[in-house]
Write a protein that binds this ligand. Structure first.
Ligand SMILES: Cc1cc2nc3c(=O)[nH]c(=O)nc-3n(C[C@H](O)[C@H](O)[C@H](O)COP(=O)(O)OP(=O)(O)OC[C@H]3O[C@@H](n4cnc5c(N)ncnc54)[C@H](O)[C@@H]3O)c2cc1C
Ligand code: FES
Length: 499
C-alpha cells in the first residue's frame, strides 16, 4: 500500500546532500523533524555552527505524517497535568505551548513560508454518553491551566450533534507540517547550517563527541538527538509507551468542511480537519491508535476508513499513512541533557509539533547558557515513579509480555514453502525461526526476528510492510534495514539460496 501522507504528497521536496566527509561543528543535530530543524534555525540565528544529519529526508518522521494541528492544551487533556503535577505546572505547559505556536506563526510570516497556516478554534466533544464527564472535567482543568475555554451547544455541519456540550478553545492554529519544516530547513541552510539527508547516524560516541554515518563523521561540542525517540539505549525508553496511529485524506469541494480542529472522544476517537492547498481541498482524519507491533495494522486502517465514511460520507481515501508517537508515563515530555550527556527531546505524545518547537527553544537556551523557566519541569534526567506509576507499570508489563510470549511460546510459524507473494510470516528454516517476507514478485527477504535494540521479537506491519518491535518502537524494512529507531543496527539478514 502507498503510505505517503497528504502533507508529504503536496509539499515540494528538499534535496540536501549525503554526508561524505569528516566535519566539525559546535553542535551536531541528529534528526530532521520539526524539533531538529527548528533547533538548527534557532542555533544558527544565535551564531552557533550546526550540522544536521537526517536518516532519510526532512520531515519524513512523524512531523510529515501528523495532523498539522497547533494548540496550547494537550490531546490527552490538560486536566491530566493538573491532577498529576498541579495547577502551576499545567499553567507553565500551556504558556510554553502558546509561545511556541506564536513563534511558528511569526516565522511563517517572517519567511513567507507557504504552509497554509491559519488561526482556528479547537473543538473537543463526546461521541458517546460515557465520554461526556471527561469533557466537563477537561473544562475545569483548562480553566485551572489558564486556558480561555468555553462551552458551545452545537458543532457545525456536517457533524452529528455530540453528547453534551462542546468544549471550545479559540485562537489555536493549523498548518501544513511538511511544508513548514521544509521552509525552515531552507532558512537554516541559508544562514549556514549544513544539512545532510540520507545520512543515517549509526554510532554516537559520547566520550569523543563524534557521531558516525556509513560515509562520514561529525565531531561537535554538543550532540542533540532529535530523533523522536533517542537512538541507542536511554533510560527514558523504559518510561515511554510507543503507539502507531493512522491517517487518511480525501479530496472534497472547497468550503464543504468547516475550519477548525475537531477532536471526538468516546467509543470512537477521531481527529478531523480540512486542508486547502492551491486550488484543492482535502478532508483529513486521524485515529485508531494502538501500541506498536501489537495489532493487525490493516484492520486498524480499514476501521479508520469505515469510521470516516460512516461519520462524514466522504469518498474513498486518496492518501493513507501511519506514524508513531511516544508518551511519557508521567505525562510530561523529556527535554534536555540526559545521563549520556546528549540532549534529547521525546515523550511528546501526539502534541509534538508544538512540544518540538518548545524543545528547540529550550535546548538552544541551554546550549547558549541562558535560563529557561520550563527546563526544570521537563528535564530529561527526572525520575518520577509515583507520578508515572500506572503508565510505567503498564509499559514494563508490555515489554515483559512481549519477551515472554514471543520467546516461550515461539510464535506460530509456517513452513517457508507456504509463504505466498505479498505476505510475511515467521517461518522455520533448518530449525531456525526467521521473519520472512515474499515481495509481490516472489523475491524472499528473511531476517532474524530479534530486534537489535534490546532483543524483543518483531511483528509484521502489513500496512507499511515493515517489521515493528513492540518494546520501544524500532521498525525495520523487509531486508532488515532500520526505518525507525531506537535501534541503529539492521536485523541480521539470512540468504536462503533457492527460495
Ligand atoms: C498520526 C499522528 C498525528 C499527529 N498529529 C499531531 C498534531 O496534529 N499536532 C501535534 O502537535 N503533534 C502531532 N503528532 C505528534 C508529532 O507529529 C510528533 O510529536 C512530532 O512530529 C515529533 O517531531 P520530531 O522532530 O521530534 O520527530 P520526527 O518528526 O519523527 O523526526 C525525527 C527525525 O529523526 C530522523 N532519524 C531517526 N533516527 C535517525 C538516525 N539514526 N540518523 C539520522 N536521522 C534519524 C528520522 O528520520 C526523522 O526524520 C502526531 C503524531 C502522530 C503519530
Ligand atoms: S525497540 Fe527496544 S527491543 Fe526493540
Amino acid at each position: 500500500m502507498n503510505t505517503t501522507s497528504v502533507w508529504r504528497a503536496t509539499a515540494p521536496k528538499t534535496a540536501f546532500p549525503i554526508l561524505q566527509e569528516e566535519a566539525t561543528a559546535d553542535v551536531v543535530i541528529v534528526g530532521g523533524g520539526i524539533t531538529g530543524i527548528t533547533l538548527a534555525l534557532n542555533l544558527v540565528e544565535q551564531g552557533t555552527s550546526v550540522i544536521l544529519l537526517e536518516a532519510r529526508d526532512v520531515g519524513c518522521g512523524s512531523t510529515g505524517n501528523s495532523t498539522g494541528n497547533l494548540y496550547e492544551t494537550i490531546s490527552s487533556g490538560i486536566r491530566t497535568i493538573v491532577d498529576r503535577w498541579g495547577e502551576d505546572v499545567a499553567h507553565a505547559v500551556s504558556t510554553a505551548r502558546r509561545k511556541a505556536v506564536e513563534q511558528i506563526e511569526q516565522r511563517v510570516r517572517q519567511f513567507n513560508i507557504p504552509c497554509e497556516f491559519r488561526r482556528c478554534a479547537l473543538y473537543r466533544y463526546a461521541t458517546s454518553a460515557s465520554a461526556q464527564t471527561s469533557i466537563e472535567n477537561e473544562y475545569q482543568g483548562s480553566l485551572k491551566a489558564g486556558l480561555r475555554a468555553h462551552f458551545e451547544k452545537t458543532l457545525p455541519t456536517p457533524f452529528e450533534q455530540p453528547h453534551g456540550p462542546v468544549l471550545v478553545l479559540n485562537n489555536q492554529a493549523q498548518f501544513q507540517p511538511q511544508a513548514y519544516v521544509e521552509g525552515l530547513a531552507r532558512e537554516a541552510a541559508n544562514r549556514g547550517c549544513r544539512i545532510f539527508e540520507n545520512s543515517i547516524v549509526l554510532g554516537v560516541d559520547t566520550d569523543q563527541h563524534v557521531v558516525s554515518t556509513a560515509n562520514g563523521k561529525v565531531k561537535a561540542r554538543e550532540i542533540v538527538l532529535a530523533t523522536h525517540s533517542p537512538i541507542g539505549m536511554h533510560l527514558v525508553q523504559a518510561e515511554m509507551t510507543v503507539k502507531r496511529e493512522y491517517g487518511l485524506a480525501t479530496r472534497i469541494p472547497r468550503g464543504s468542511f468547516p475550519e477548525g480542529i475537531f477532536w471526538g472522544s468516546g467509543v470512537e476517537r477521531l481527529s478531523v480537519r480540512s486542508l486547502d492547498v492551491d486550488n484543492e481541498s482535502f478532508f483529513v482524519c486521524v485515529g485508531e491508535e494502538h501500541k506498536t507491533g501489537q495489532q493487525d495494522t490493516s484492520i486498524s486502517m480499514d476501521r479508520l476508513e469505515s469510521a470516516a465514511h460512516a461519520n462524514f460520507k466522504v469518498p474513498e481515501a486518496e492518501f493513507r499513512w501511519s506514524a508513531q508517537n511516544y508518551s511519557a508515563a508521567d505525562g510530561l515530555p523529556y527535554i534536555g541533557r540526559d545521563a549520556t550527556g546528549c540532549f534529547i527531546a521525546t515523550g511528546f505524545a501526539t502534541d509534538g509539533l508544538t512540544y518540538g518547537t518548545v524543545a528547540a527553544s529550550l535546548i538552544a537556551d541551554q546550549i547558549a547558557g541562558r535560563d529557561n523557566v520550563f527546563a526544570p519541569i521537563v528535564k530529561a534526567s527526572r525520575f518520577s515513579p509515583l507520578k508515572g506509576a500506572k503508565g510505567l507499570a503498564e509499559e514494563n508489563v508490555t515489554v515483559l509480555k512481549s519477551l515472554v510470549k514471543d520467546y516461550v511460546t515461539d510464535r506460530e510459524s509456517i513452513p517457508l514453502s507456504q509463504l505466498m507473494p505479498g505476505k510475511a510470516a515467521m517461518v522455520k528454516f533448518e530449525d531456525v525461526s526467521l521473519a520472512a517476507y515474499r515481495d509481490p514478485d516472489g523475491a524472499l527477504f528473511a531476517v532474524s526476528p530479534v530486534c537489535t535494540h534490546m532483543k524483543c521479537k518483531v511483528h509484521w506491519n502489513a500496512v507499511e510492510s515493515s517489521w515493528d518491535c513492540p518494546c520501544h518502537g524500532s521498525r525495520f524494512a523487509p531486508d532488515g534495514t532500520v526505518i525507525e529507531g531506537p535501534a541503529t543496527e539492521p536485523l541480521y539478514r539470512h540468504f536462503l539460496p533457492g527460495h
